[in-house]
Design a protein around this ligand. Structure first.
Ligand code: PGA
Length: 249
């Protein structure tokens, strides 16, 4: 049986205190209409507390966008998995391509962050994806499977680990791979997960991310081995995010 869908919003470095109204709006929509998938919002660290509070009594989970590999210590400006768990987060995104690019995070760094997340009872959402040049060279599957192998933590299970496939060239650009391309890459990711985890690999969620919006959500979410979406820009407004959540069957 396919795993239950997960629609996750990645707010990136967006949102101010007034943005809590979007969570209240989403909560009201979810109270009025049952949804078929799990729903997660990952705000910037500054808003985690208020979003956790606003989401109380709803099925909305709140997550972080990154965590340090250590649980505490002299790491100015960083946030640990322990801190996220303490605030009421259930998930954390690790290895987003913006962090790999802007902060030079390697697969080994991402693996250590994912391990820290698991140690604190958080679900690690491990992001992978090829650049446009890598795609043009026909290296998509090689790049993505090698990122998964390199970033995969010990102790990963279908319940504590999610893979998000996000082609770098599709993020924030309005461009998406064709459903056939998504199907091919997700099938390769599934095979890699089964090789790494055995039977659990069939139950591990694989999200697609990169320019998902209400108008293309149905098409992308019904591709084989797509078990949900990681949504950037279109997760910032409850109305748009709801359009994607409603497309998840
Ligand atoms: P996007 O971002 O939906 O704005 O393309 C997705 C992501 O980077 O997670």
């Amino acid at each position: 049986m396919a795993p239950k869908g997960l629609i996750a919003g990645n707010w990136k470095m967006n949102g101010l205190r007034a943005s809590v109204a979007e969570i209240e709006d989403l909560k009201a929509r979810m109270a009025a209409t049952p949804v078929a998938c799990d729903v997660l919002v990952c705000p910037p660290a500054t808003l985690i507390c208020s979003f956790v509070k606003a989401a109380q009594g709803s099925a909305i989970s709140i997550g972080g966008q990154d965590c340090h590999a250590a649980l505490n210590g002299a790491h100015t400006g960083d946030i640990s998995a322990q801190m996220l768990a303490d605030l009421g987060c259930s998930h954390v995104i690790v290895g987003h391509s913006e962090r790999r690019a802007d902060h030079g995070e390697s697969d080994a760094d991402v693996q250590a962050k994912a391990a820290a997340a698991l140690s604190q009872g958080l679900v690690a959402i491990i992001c992978v994806g090829e650049t446009e040049a890598e795609r043009d060279d026909g290296r998509t599957i090689d790049v993505v499977t090698s990122q998964i192998r390199g970033s995969f933590p010990d102790g990963a299970t279908a319940d504590n680990t999610v893979i998000a496939y996000e082609p770098v060239w599709a993020i924030g650009t309005g461009r998406t791979p064709t459903p056939a391309d998504v199907a091919e890459t997700h099938a390769a990711i599934r095979a890699e997960l089964v090789a790494l985890m055995g039977e659990q690999g069939n139950r591990t969620r694989i999200l697609y991310g990169g320019s998902v919006k209400p108008s293309n959500a149905s098409e992308l979410l019904t591709v084989a081995n797509v078990n949900g979406a990681l949504v950037g820009g279109a997760s910032l407004k409850a109305e748009d995010f709801w359009g994607i959540i409603s497309a998840c069957q």
